[in-house]
Design a binder for this molecule. Structure first.
Ligand code: 5GP
Ligand code: ZN
Length: 136
């Protein structure tokens, strides 16, 4: 896609600090990391988000994400690694080219995870599970 910042990185029109590349994927350092060593993995083909990525590409992504998690952990001496993917604006997606975040974490790095809230009732929890299951 002409105007897409990550497609520009794939085409070499914008510089990026690459850490992994194969025929289908490219991984590079996020320009505003949550901690140094925060990596983004993208399919080289332009897909807007998770929903559009072909299953075949997703099957290839799994082992690469695992490899990158270990590379990031070892390369930064991280005490933990978070994986993330923001899909659609409501979920915080800023760049509309699908990407996986691989983020090194440290005790006392100041970051928090989401705060979960319990369901108001077991019935509501069961209903929501039912609705999700109906969309398989
Ligand atoms: P999102 O919120 O869409 O999941 O995250 C997009 C990420 O892309 C952000 O963490 C942002 O720092 C990163 N990013 C945006 N533009 C560029 C860029 O031009 N180069 C690199 N390396 N990262 C970028
Ligand atoms: Zn793109």
């Amino acid at each position: 896609m002409t105007d897409c910042v990550f497609c520009k990185i794939v085409r070499g029109e914008i510089p990026a600090e690459k850490v992994y590349e194969d025929d289908n994927f490219l991984a590079f350092l996020d320009i505003t990391p949550i901690n140094p060593g925060h990596v983004l993995l993208i399919p080289k083909e332009h897909y807007e988000n998770l929903y559009n990525i072909p299953d075949e590409t997703m099957q290839k992504a799994g082992p690469i994400i695992k490899k990158l998690a270990l590379m990031v952990k070892k390369g930064t001496d991280a005490e933990g690694v978070n994986l993330g993917m923001n899909n659609e604006k409501a979920a915080g997606q800023l760049v509309p080219h699908a990407h996986f975040h691989i983020m090194p974490r440290f005790f006392n790095d100041g970051h928090e995870l989401w705060h979960g809230l319990p369901y108001p009732s077991e019935e509501l929890m069961r209903q929501i599970a039912e609705k999700i299951k109906n969309n398989i």
